[in-house]
Write a protein that binds this ligand. Structure first.
Ligand SMILES: [Zn+2]
Length: 420
């Protein structure tokens, strides 16, 4: 049975976005209610000015505050971190930029901190900053003067302060031929028996259950792979438990797996259909996933009050797509290798290499295939799936495919694969 639907990725993302908007609305209300009750600093104005060679940013405050400054690249931003401040700044025109600052925003982003984010039109640095003290009962002014900087100079100091890291950035290893086997680290294979626990998967007429069949098969495959002695074999589950598709992907990514194999057994209405097939991720689903993944990574910044504008979500989207393209090619080459071996061990479905939007195949940096071992709806396949001989033969075939593929990958001889 096919796990998950690709539609739900987008729905989940939309739901998450709606949720975060609701949270923001709630926070705003909360702050409006509590802001005046606390004797905290009040911001009454912000403005930008362009003077000869520098751009000046000014904040009017009811009293002096400690602050610190850091910068973030791609897109270029300067962030001013402040204590909790009540923002009573007229909104009109406050957002538009001038000089080196293309736009800016500000706000409370946690109980203890406020932030001002200056979006830069080009790399720039704050060359001077100071507080103009209060006079005659008035407030203080924070002044920040910006001058252009080279990209190189900007990058020297750009980055999140360690204590403020919003979330670990997604580490995407773009797998490369020749990388594998260069190190002493064992190659990691994650075997993923489909379904489990409350999710039985498909069921045969005689009551054979997919979650049990694929677990037995997965354990046989694990033993076959371990016999090679060079492989680090992990299982997403080795007992009868439920795991979400996301959790399965997360396990593969956390293990920095070199290969991910999800095992399933299909069922269709027509009892004559039989044979194994191997799936890799389809383009459509990859693009949706790249978008959703980019958006969810960016969500960390949204929560931290420095949401990245549209332009840069393209940047992370491209990085993810690059990793995915390489991963996709590796997935396809493994699919072809395993089909070659499986063809010697069991019957294959017509056009055994297929493409679909399985969420379990969406790790951008782990070559992944989903093997439908056979059809529970076919009596011949059903018999095979229960046969210890057949299981050993198929486990051997998949295991040989994995070692062959790893060797070719290490030697850089996988060759080009035609994308669908
Ligand atoms: Zn299944």
């Amino acid at each position: 049975m096919l796990p998950g639907s690709e539609r739900s990725v987008l729905q989940q993302f939309q739901r998450a976005r709606l949720w975060s908007q609701l949270v923001w609305a709630g926070l705003t209300l909360l702050l409006a209610a509590s802001g005046t009750a606390q004797a905290e600093t009040i911001a009454t104005g912000t403005r930008l000015g362009q003077h000869a060679e520098r751009t000046r940013f000014v904040v009017d405050l009811s009293g002096p505050v400690e602050y610190r400054i850091f910068s973030l690249a791609d897109p270029y931003r300067i962030v001013i971190e402040l204590p909790a401040i009540t923002w009573l700044v007229p909104r009109d025109g406050a957002i538009s930029g001038r000089g080196l600052v293309s736009a800016y925003r500000y706000g409370q982003f946690s109980a203890a901190h406020s932030r001002i984010v200056l979006d830069l039109a080009e790399p720039a640095e704050i060359v001077t900053h100071f507080t103009i003290p209060a006079e005659q009962g008035g407030g203080v002014r924070l002044v920040f003067d910006l001058k252009p900087a080279s990209r190189e100079k900007f990058l020297e100091t750009a980055g999140w302060p360690a204590d403020l890291m919003p979330a670990p950035p997604v580490a995407i290893d773009v797998p490369q031929p020749g990388q594998i086997g260069d190190s002493d680290d064992a190659l990691v294979i994650v075997i993923d028996p489909g379904h489990g626990g409350v999710d039985p998967g498909a069921t045969s007429a005689s009551g054979l259950i997919e979650k049990d069949v694929v677990l037995t098969m997965a354990l046989a495959l694990r033993d076959a792979l371990l016999a090679d002695g060079r492989l680090d074999v992990r299982m997403t589950r080795d007992d009868d438990r439920f795991l979400s598709l996301q959790e399965r992907v997360a396990i593969a990514r956390a293990a920095k797996a070199d290969l991910f194999i999800s095992l399933h057994a299909d069922s269709v209405g027509r009892g004559r259909v039989r044979g194994a097939s191997v799936y890799t991720l389809s383009d459509k689903a990859m693009n949706d996933e790249a978008e959703a993944l980019a958006q969810s990574e960016n969500a960390a910044d949204v929560i931290a009050g420095v949401e990245i504008p549209e332009a840069s979500s393209d940047v992370s989207g491209i990085l993810i797509e690059l990793a995915q393209r390489e991963t996709k090619n590796l997935s396809i080459s493994f699919a072809q290798t395993v089909i070659g071996e499986l063809g010697q061990a069991t019957s294959l479905l017509t056009d055994p290499h297929r493409y679909a939007g399985f969420r379990v195949l969406t790790a951008p940096d782990v070559p992944s295939v989903l093997i439908e071992l056979g059809f529970l709806s076919n009596t011949d396949d059903e018999q095979s799936l229960q046969s210890a001989d057949w299981q050993a033969r198929v486990a051997g075939a998949i295991s040989r495919a994995a070692t062959t593929w790893f060797e070719r990958r290490a030697a850089g001889t996988l060759g080009g694969v035609a994308a669908p």
